[in-house]
Design a protein around this ligand. Structure first.
Ligand SMILES: [Zn+2]
Length: 434
């Protein structure tokens, strides 16, 4: 592997506090030097990437993706999913366990993380928090953590029972990893296919209330408080894809109280509302559902005031025939890896004044920190040579026909984006070039 020198770019590395013109040298898959322009001119035998006019940032980290392998590779595979990640500027992704079969064993986890699966960026995984994600009995956290688990989740389903969730939080606290909760009280959402409100009423669909989300978040926060007081442990709850103002406020209060709770928001929840469903467009069907504009604004407020710890895509590919069904029957989820940066820059930076550095932090250093992914999410010397080079001024529109994902399920076909990825490097290898 030859050395790579990235010249003339604006290096934005929030973890190191750098936002200035710098040259970056990558060697043996690591960041070897970040120096003032011109200082690295003498390095020999190097490949050069000219980043003039570009931002050079740590490769993005996504703590929430569905790669559908094993069992559903007609939707996506580890290879195609990570290719889509690379195209979107991501260099680390965390695969959710709702594969077929559910990833709830050491052998399953090792199989997924095996290089033979063809991941072109760094693949991490969160195995199931309970066997079969049935919410009854927790999996073997110690063995799974030793095999590489970075957290545990039954994503797609909540851990409903208080006793099971308590056991899970205590067990994960002993290892120092989070329980990631899909916050949905499924006892309140049976037969629901979108957000409750006037749009659902007009379409004649059953809607999910905001309480179905906030009740689980509030219950989990009570458990955190109780465990801290009575067990002397400090469990870490990570709330996945927050979508309601009510749940956001509960998280804000829990943070004020000092509890160890983190959360993520998906780009679609700060960009769209349930109006995007229009006339039963299944490409706007996901779970949690698109909410109303007050909830969307609350996601932006949470991102701006630091309540939200990171942006995560919840990349959820499906085949065309699955989405081409009646709205109520179609599966939940949209693809998101290739549109996340472009939406974040357009909506948060251009639309709401968030600095580019902060957008990058929410998509690299912060998600890496939540899961303690050492050497990721930063360009500090000796960290992995995971880099995204993008043009922050490029305005473009997403063309789903050009996606690297196997799937086409996105409500953002033709949508305006800001900031276009030119290069993505994973551990010093170019894995995407526009
Ligand atoms: Zn989920």
């Amino acid at each position: 592997m030859s050395d790579i020198l990235i010249l003339n770019g604006r290096v934005v590395d929030p973890a190191s506090g750098i936002d200035a013109e710098r040259d970056v040298l990558l060697r043996h898959g690591r960041v070897a030097a970040v120096e003032m322009p011109g200082e690295l001119r003498a390095v020999r035998g190097k490949e050069i990437i000219d980043a003039k006019g570009m931002i050079v940032a740590p490769g993005l980290v996504d703590v929430h993706v569905h790669l559908r392998e094993p069992g559903q590779t007609y939707k996506e595979s580890i290879k195609t999913g990570t290719e889509a990640a690379a195209a979107g500027g991501f260099t680390s992704v965390v695969a959710m366990p709702n594969t077929v079969p559910v990833n709830d064993s050491v052998s399953g986890l090792e199989w997924m993380l095996d290089a033979a699966r063809g991941a072109c960026v760094k693949l991490f995984a969160m195995p199931a928090a309970t066997f079969g994600s049935l919410g009854e009995e927790i999996t073997d956290y110690h063995e799974l953590a030793r095999a590489g688990a970075v957290g545990f989740t039954d994503d797609g389903k909540p851990i409903l029972h208080d006793r099971v969730m308590r056991t899970a939080l205590v067990a994960a606290a002993g290892i120092g990893v989070p329980i990631s909760q899909h916050a949905e009280d499924t006892r309140l959402t049976g037969g629901c296919s979108m957000n409750a409100g006037p749009v659902a009423f007009r379409l004649g669909l059953r809607g999910m209330t905001v309480e179905a989300e906030s009740k689980i978040v509030e219950r989990d926060i009570r458990l955190l408080r109780d465990i801290e007081r009575h067990d002397g442990l400090r469990p870490h709850l990570h709330v996945q894809h927050v979508s309601t103002a009510k749940a956001m406020e509960a998280i804000r209060q829990a943070k004020r109280e000092g509890l160890h709770v983190t959360c993520e928001v998906a780009p679609h929840h700060f960009t769209l509302t349930d109006e995007a469903i229009g006339d039963y467009d299944t490409n706007a069907k996901m779970n949690p559902p698109l909410r109303n504009d007050a909830d969307r604004q609350a996601m932006i407020a949470g991102l701006l005031d630091g309540t939200v710890d990171c942006i995560a895509t919840d990349h959820a590919p499906h085949a065309l025939f699955e989405k081409e069904q009646e709205f109520e029957r179609a599966p939940n989820g949209i693809t998101g890896l290739e549109t996340a940066l472009g939406l974040a820059l357009r909506v948060l930076h251009q639309g709401n004044g968030m600095s580019i550095s902060r957008v990058i932090e929410l998509m690299s250093a912060q998600p890496a920190g939540i899961l303690s992914l050492a050497g990721r999410g930063t360009l500090s010397v000796d960290s992995f040579a995971d880099v995204v080079v993008f043009d922050p001024a490029a305005e473009w529109s997403f063309d789903v026909a050009k996606t690297r994902s196997k799937s086409r399920n996105t409500p953002f076909d033709g949508a305006p984006m800001l900031g276009r990825v030119s290069y993505t490097l994973s551990e010093g290898r170019v894995v995407f070039k526009s």
